[in-house]
Design a protein around this ligand. Structure first.
Ligand code: CU
Length: 322
């Protein structure tokens, strides 16, 4: 039996490696849309949005989207890549390393001068790993401000907490350990790695409204440049903590929270809020962080390297779609 399993793994690996440059598992279709003469933009084979110049795609951006607006196919792609990263022998170790980054940095990453850039780096690290499996994958965001009431209710196919293979599943069990009871992350289908102590994904929804709605978020996004510290603190403390708290379970356990797929979606939205504020102008983009002389904890990067989403290390460019 063991020999048979190894054969399958080897066969799979051989296939993956023979399928091109970056150990991709899913088959990526050739250029989507292409680059038409006179057209302004197009998508490359990784579904990045690019400029079309002289018939060539250039200046390509990864597009992060609102999970609830993504197609079922796109959502499945993200979930499958996420699950595969955590179990496949080719990726498991890197998955473990990435999750451990957060585990080790849990206190440092919360400091005001580091929180936003540290998590921006963390998202790209995670995204890079998922894109080795399927380069079309980006980390979706969960905009909780649009559904503050009954945020936990499954309202159909597009819902984040949908129990199908294109949702994250719902609340944890009211009995025992609060393990998630439906969807792709139930305990029989998915468990934490040993490095995180094993066990199931847990949720314990606080079924009350999220306190901060679209108007609240818009007020924060319109804070002036001089109010940067206020802006940063509102994002880091107020907006960041609330979803962690209302979801509960794994999300409130800082030792293992990076194992929760919803943690990525929540932090993607947190990053988007900073991105929106930065879009108001160069002074906004550069407020505060360029003067921070520190490196990001557990990385070789300086804080300032993670300020400009259009020019991140590794030639990564990210944009958030409404
Ligand atoms: Cu967090």
């Amino acid at each position: 039996m063991l020999r048979y399993c190894w054969f399958i793994v080897c066969l799979m690996n051989a296939w993956i490696l023979s399928n091109g440059n970056s150990q991709r598992i899913q088959d990526v279709p050739s250029t989507k849309g292409g680059c038409k003469e006179g057209g302004n933009s197009g998508f490359n084979e990784c579904e990045e949005r690019c400029e079309c110049r002289k018939g060539k795609l250039t200046n390509c951006y990864r597009v992060r989207q609102d999970f609830t607006k993504m197609t079922i196919e796109q959502r499945k792609r993200f979930i499958n890549a996420y699950k595969l990263a955590s179990v496949h022998p080719l990726f498991k170790r890197d998955y473990e390393k990435t999750v451990t980054l957060h585990l080790d940095a849990k206190d440092q990453a919360k400091l005001p001068h580091i929180f936003l850039p540290w998590h921006r780096w963390f998202l790209v690290e995670f995204e890079n790993l998922l894109r080795r499996i399927d380069c079309r994958v980006t980390i979706p965001y969960w905009d909780w401000s649009k559904k503050t009431h009954h945020w936990w209710r499954g309202s159909g196919n597009e819902d984040l907490w949908n129990s199908g293979d294109h949702g994250l599943g719902g609340d944890g069990s009211v009995h025992g350990e609060n393990c998630v009871e439906n969807g792709p992350f139930i305990k029989d289908k998915w468990r934490f790695l040993d490095v995180s102590g094993g066990g199931c994904l847990k949720r314990k929804f606080l079924k009350r409204s999220i306190k901060y709605d679209v108007q609240h978020v818009n007020r924060t996004l319109s804070l002036s440049l001089e109010d940067f510290e206020n802006f940063e603190e509102t994002i880091r403390v107020t907006y960041h903590n609330e979803p962690h708290n209302v979801i509960g379970g794994t999300m409130v356990d800082s030792l293992v929270t990076a194992n929760a797929p919803e943690m990525l979606l929540h932090h993607s939205f947190v990053d988007k809020l900073w991105y929106e504020w930065q879009k108001r102008g160069d002074e906004y983009k550069n407020a505060y962080f360029p003067s921070v002389p520190f490196k990001l904890y557990r990385s070789n990067y300086y804080v300032w390297e993670w300020i400009n989403s259009s020019n991140l290390p590794g030639q990564v460019k990210v944009l958030y779609e409404e």
